[in-house]
Design a protein around this ligand. Sequence first.
Ligand code: FAD
Length: 380
Amino acid sequence: MLNQSYDVAIIGAGPAGTTLAREVARQGCKVIVLEKERLPRYKTCGGGVTVRAARLLDFDISPVVERVIDSGRFSFKMGKQVDRRYPEPICFMVMRDRFDLLLVEKAREAGVCVVDGMRVAGVETSDDGCTIRLPDGSLHARIVVGADGANSIVARSLDLMRDAAADIALEAEVAVGPETLREWHSRIGVDLGVVAGGYGWVFPKEKHLSIGVGGAKDLALSLRTYYDQYLASLDLGPYEVERFRGHHIPIRKDESPITQGPVLLLGDAAGLADPLSREGIYHAIRSAQLAAPVVVQSLRSDPRDLSAYQRAVDEQMMPDLLAAAALLKVLEWTPDICFQVIQRFQRPWNAACLMFRGEMDWVRVIAKAGPFRRLLRALA
Ligand SMILES: Cc1cc2nc3c(=O)[nH]c(=O)nc-3n(C[C@H](O)[C@H](O)[C@H](O)COP(=O)(O)OP(=O)(O)OC[C@H]3O[C@@H](n4cnc5c(N)ncnc54)[C@H](O)[C@@H]3O)c2cc1C
């Protein structure tokens, strides 16, 4: 039986929701997380947790890490290839059901009430706080957080994020033989050049490969063909495709509102994934960490004003995301040149590795782009 009133109600038990829940519960707030799926839940995702994402968390994620990545295999239009290696790990591979459950457990340890199998139908705000509509009744909270991913009901209830761009990705878990698993053990694959600004990927897991393709939403039809061709090109030996699914990745337009009165949006609900790499776990956790002090402070002063969170996102996350969007345009226009640069020089790979390790960001990558710096700054 749910209590009827909370300081903070968070919709969605992905990395954004559980990170915020844990951080504000540790400050003594009464927090509930409402998750529509039964936990642990499968999530269509490559499951690449970059070193910089793992570094945001103050607990060990190694119990759910299936592979540690230090190498990349780049291909162009499923043909020419180049292998690159970095002396340190750049990314940890997880299955999202296990990773997200670990975060749920950490939130529960901090005193958060996590209710699964509970689909939120809508949110309304008034001077008195927020009413959350549930299948059988409602809840009251002083602050509501939309951490409910790409098709956020919270954003739709408040008419937010209508101007977001949307990428689409197709992915499946592909069962392969032991030799193929060994081949991809600590290596990811990235294929460029088939769809404008999009790419294909191979992300290895313990018992299978997560293989996907992604690009702008209007490329959805060509992505299906690309997916089949990409699989066929990978020389996987005997394989079986499981859980083939498509999913949106919303991309926030600069300065688009992500707070309204006592409601704020995090992670994918706020369109904060990286438009170039489509990495979103780091941004989900980071947005939650920017929101936490604002939520705690607002509960003490005025829960109807969360605008300090949007300012923090605009100042601390958007410059990097806009820089990524500028680099995406270069990839869209000149995929062949981008591939040649990766093939001939070690530096772009090193820069990306430093970025995924949190030791560099796209803004600084652009700052180091020599004669192209001005053009890239103009695109950002
Ligand atoms: C194919 C694909 C591959 C990707 N690969 C990577 C990758 O390798 N690395 C990476 O960093 N990022 C990747 N991403 C992006 C990443 O998956 C997301 O950015 C990340 O999951 C965002 O986290 P979140 O907590 O904001 O939302 P989510 O993880 O989507 O969590 C939202 C939660 O809200 C719940 N929910 C939704 N609606 C309701 C409702 N009405 N009521 C209650 N609960 C609700 C959902 O069930 C879900 O559990 C990928 C995305 C796609 C589509």
